[in-house]
Design a protein. Structure first.
Length: 726
């Protein structure tokens, strides 16, 4: 292959040879032209001299014919006279044409014409005298022989013109001789240069042929290296030419397609590489052909099945790339593909493991929430009965911690699966900050920490799901409290920056090492604690907080000057131009209803269904204490019997019931209402299953509200008061 430098040198040599050849041709043309011009000039000079001599001859003929006639009176002599007289004018015109290019000759031809005309005029009168018979006058004229000055003038002019033509011819011949000599020398020089160039070209070609031989040897070596490399890699590789015919394939490609290299080379690509869609089994466009046609990389990913020569089908990943030449023209394509059967099996196993993990977490959440629910409710009842001892507060706080840990586990699972659904609406930032502060106030009071809040109550509107952003702020405040000393200060500040609302939570606590500023947002990552794990937690709070911020189109960043120098967490959310919603916070989850609930003595009749005796008892006591008429059932069949005997306005139903589960119970209660045309009962699912799919199943089954155990007693009683308000 000729290198760019060699190509440039060959171009120069060929250009010089072409120039030398052109110069020789030009010189040959000039020499030929000079010869032709010299011949033309010589012929013109001869023609001019001949014409001038012919003119003198005609004059002599005219004069001789005139004298003969005057001496003899023979009219026959007038014929030559007249013929010569008529020809002499044409002869003068011919001389004028021949001498036209030369200005001096042109001037002489004018003088010549005038002299000839004068001579003819001079010869005419004696003829008239002879015809009239005046012999004496004719004799007198002949004795004088006329005035010779005109004839002599014509002869002098002719001689001058002849001499000039001779001189002009000599000068032209001399110039032509000089030009031929110069041309000869030029040709010799050009031929010498051309010979040198041809010799140089021959040397270059010899050198090129040697280099080509060496290059071919290297190419053979590289081809062998490439063949060995392709044979050793784990992916199948097939190459094609511009027309889509196979030019090479490695051993893996041979194994996967069932075609040998020798059998496949030269065949059309789709004949050897047959692929169908993994789901529809329809034949799909060959990626290598698309790469050839469109000149782009075609990556199908894991969507196709390769059908081998023996009919065996394998899922594959494939990517095809065009092979482009130096000018950008597509000269072929290369396809790289691999069998992904094992990977798909691994992915399926992983998906199955994730599914089992999610199911385990759901069951774990349910099993943890079920015992926590009666404990939490029982503690609330003790408080309401004025049994206010420090141990009750301790137990309530620890129950809340357990609930928070379970919620964090479920939230991080939802986030990892993309199952978080948001219900954004315009809200003043102050509203969600107030709710978050109210939530963490017991923790701050326990640790005797001072909280400063600097957030305007109007003007900082954001489009958010209030419950989720409250969760973010609670996590940040809880984090600041846990990692700060007792009695320390924590500050919350809100401000507007262009089109972003910024909320910062600052503490003077233990701070964060620089190398941990980003890692703390990863799941289950915490800064190193002692064996006592005084600070506790699963390391999920900040992970959930950042993910929720990003789901709202915002950001969450951490800043710290290092260990012992405090920290600052900054939450940024897009500002909203809309007006904040006027509905009170906390009621967005409650559905509108057109219930007409039966009430006994002004009380709402509530059916509580749970197979856990402790949970059933505590919920019933809480609702009774709140002023509701409570009926209890331990399973679905007992609940159906009660429902058929006495109409109820609301029902709080556990999902995990024996025999008839909560979903089926709700469907049967709705069917009974429809069959007997009863008023719609307000159904609340109270369960340890808290995933989004569980909420969807509850809604589909006919529940109006889904609450997760352990539920706050006020939330439950608030939810049951909805029917009576409608």
């Amino acid at each position: 292959m000729i290198t760019e430098k060699q190509g440039a040198l060959l171009f120069v040599v060929f250009s010089l040879i072409a120039i030398a050849t052109g110069f020789n041709a030009w010189q040959g043309y000039n020499n030929t032209r000079m010869v032709v011009d010299a011949n033309r000039w010589f012929a013109q000079t001869l023609d001019t001299r001949e014409a001038l001599q012919g003119l003198l001859t005609l004059l002599r003929e005219i004069e001789s014919a005139q004298r003969g006639f005057l001496l003899t009176g023979d009219d026959a002599l007038l014929g030559p006279y007249r013929a010569a007289t008529e020809s002499i004018t044409a002869q003068v015109d011919r001389i004028a044409r021949l001498t036209e290019p030369d200005p001096s000759q042109r001037a002489r031809s004018v003088v010549l014409r005038s002299g000839v005309s004068d001579r003819l005029d001079e010869l005419a009168p004696p003829l008239e005298l002879a015809r009239s018979g005046d012999t004496a006058a004719v004799s007198a004229w002949m004795l004088r022989r006329g005035d010779r000055r005109v004839t002599d003038g014509v002869r002098e002019t002719v001689d001058a013109m002849s001499r000039h033509e001779d001189e002009l011819l000599d000068a032209r011949l001399a110039a032509a001789a000089r030009s031929r000599e110069i041309a000869l020398h030029s040709v010799l020089v050009a031929e010498g240069i051309m010979l040198a160039l041809i010799i140089g070209l021959a040397l270059l070609l010899v050198r090129y042929l040697r280099e080509k031989e060496s290059t071919l040897a290297r190419l053979d070596e590289q081809r062998e290296w490439l063949r060995t490399t392709l044979s050793s890699i784990g992916d199948g590789v097939i190459t094609t030419d511009r027309e889509g015919r196979i030019t090479a394939m490695n051993r893996v490609a041979e194994k996967l397609t069932g075609w040998s290299d020798t059998e496949a080379i030269g065949k059309a690509f789709p004949e050897v590489f047959v692929i169908v869609h993994a789901t529809t089994r329809e034949v799909v466009t060959n990626p290598a052909l698309r790469a050839l046609e469109e000149g782009v990389v075609v990556d199908r990913g894991n969507q196709t099945l390769l059908i081998a020569r023996d009919g065996m089908q394998r899922p594959i990943d494939d990517v095809a790339s065009p092979i482009k030449r130096a000018g950008g023209e597509v000269g072929g394509a290369v396809l790289v593909f691999r069998d992904v059967s094992e990977r798909q099996a691994s992915e399926q196993q992983l998906a199955e493991a994730i599914r089992h993990k999610d199911e385990f977490l759901a069951v774990l959440s349910h099993e943890l929430r079920n015992p926590l629910a009666p404990i939490s409710t029982a503690l609330t009842l003790l408080r309401r009965r004025k049994i206010d001892v420090p141990e009750i507060g301790i137990m309530q706080r620890q129950v809340a911690n357990l609930v928070r840990l379970v919620d964090d586990l479920m939230d991080v699972t939802r986030i990892s699966r993309g199952k978080i659904d948001l219900s954004p609406r315009p809200v003043e930032l102050f509203v969600v900050v107030s709710q978050a502060v109210e939530t963490v106030t017991p923790l701050l009071e326990t640790r005797r920490q001072h909280l400063t809040v600097e957030v305007d109550d109007i003007g900082l509107v954001v489009d958010i799901d209030p419950a989720r952003i409250v969760q973010v702020i609670v996590n940040l405040l809880t984090n600041a409290s846990k990692f700060s000393d007792a009695g320390s200060a924590i500050a919350v500040r809100g401000s507007l920056h262009d089109d972003r609302v910024r909320l910062s939570v600052t503490d003077a606590g233990r701070g964060i090492a620089r190398d941990m500023l980003e890692q703390i947002f990863s799941s289950f990552v915490q800064e190193r604690q002692g064996l006592d794990r005084t600070l506790g937690g699963l390391g999920l709070g900040l992970t959930i907080a950042r993910n929720l911020a990003e789901l709202h189109g915002g950001t969450l960043r951490a800043r710290s000057e290092g260990i012992g120098r405090g920290s600052e967490f900054t939450l940024e959310l897009p500002a909203s131009d809309a007006s904040p919603a006027t509905r009170p916070p906390g009621h967005s989850a409650l559905k509108a209803s057109t219930l007409s609930a039966p009430v006994a003595d002004g009380q709402l009749r509530v059916l509580v269904v749970d197979d856990n005796e402790d949970a059933l008892t505590t919920v019933a006591e809480v609702l009774s204490a709140a002023g509701f008429w409570v009926e209890v059932a331990h399973d679905g069949r007992e609940a159906l019997d009660l429902f058929e005997r006495a109409a109820v306005g609301a029902a709080v139903i556990d999902i995990g019931l024996p025999g008839i589960d909560g979903y089926e119970l709700a469907r049967r209660l709705r069917a009974t209402e429809e069959r007997e045309q009863r008023p719609r009962t307000w159904l609340i699912a109270l369960t340890g299953y808290g995933q989004d799919s569980d909420r969807e199943r509850a809604t589909t089954a006919g529940f109006d509200l889904h609450l997760t155990k352990p539920v706050d007693t006020e939330t439950l009683t608030d939810a049951l008061r909805v029917p009576s308000r409608r």
